[in-house]
Design a protein around this ligand. Sequence first.
Ligand SMILES: [Zn+2]
Length: 254
Amino acid sequence: MKFLVDTHSHIYYDKYKDDLSKVINDAEDSEIKRIICVGTDIETSYRSIEIASQYKNVFCTVGCHPHDASKMEDGYLNEIAEMCKHDKVVAIGETGLDYFYNHSSKSTQKKIFIDQIELSKELKLPIVIHNRESDKDLLEILNRYKPKGVIHCFSGNLKMAQEVTKLGLLISFTGIITFKNFNHKDVIKEINLNNIMLETDSPYLSPIPFRGKRNEPKNVKIIAEKIAEIKDLPIQEIINQTTKNAFKLFHRLR
Ligand SMILES: [Zn+2]
């Protein structure tokens, strides 16, 4: 496959309200032919579906982020399940655990995460997982429930990467891998390319040389170049395999 997929972006933010079409066109001109817009609560999940409905290259996910776990009301899971009927929804999430910010209590985060894992298994959709400072509980849940999916914005060490890929999960990398202080190059070197995907996490985490600016899906190419450099492989091989991985995991992508 000769194009790239930005497997994780949040292009519903106000930062894109004046030029979203241009952002999507610029991505297409840079060989990024699929963009996955990731919902983080009920409202942004609906907005992600709306954007995906408007642009043929944009697909989306629906779910609840750990930050918003305590906002979820009874019936939220049914609402997510309903949204999954839309044919451009390719996954559930992002969900997971975040013990760095702890915007919601640990027990609420775990409950909401497990709810969505169970739904993902029932609906046979992959799940997009966020993990920050919560390796131990995350691994315990992943071992117990064995969902299919991806640990997005992977920034753990090699041992963590090996643990999650052993469970059949993929890991995806953002602009963080271009930062000077990125110290887990060994993860990229050692983990098989079959387990790796690319993402921008736009509007966050712009890669060097755009650090600090609004990120855009077109920058996913910079992540591919960095992985090619670290793995010492041709860029085309990185593009081809990571795109294949995305189409395999997100089986509703087309
Ligand atoms: Zn995200």
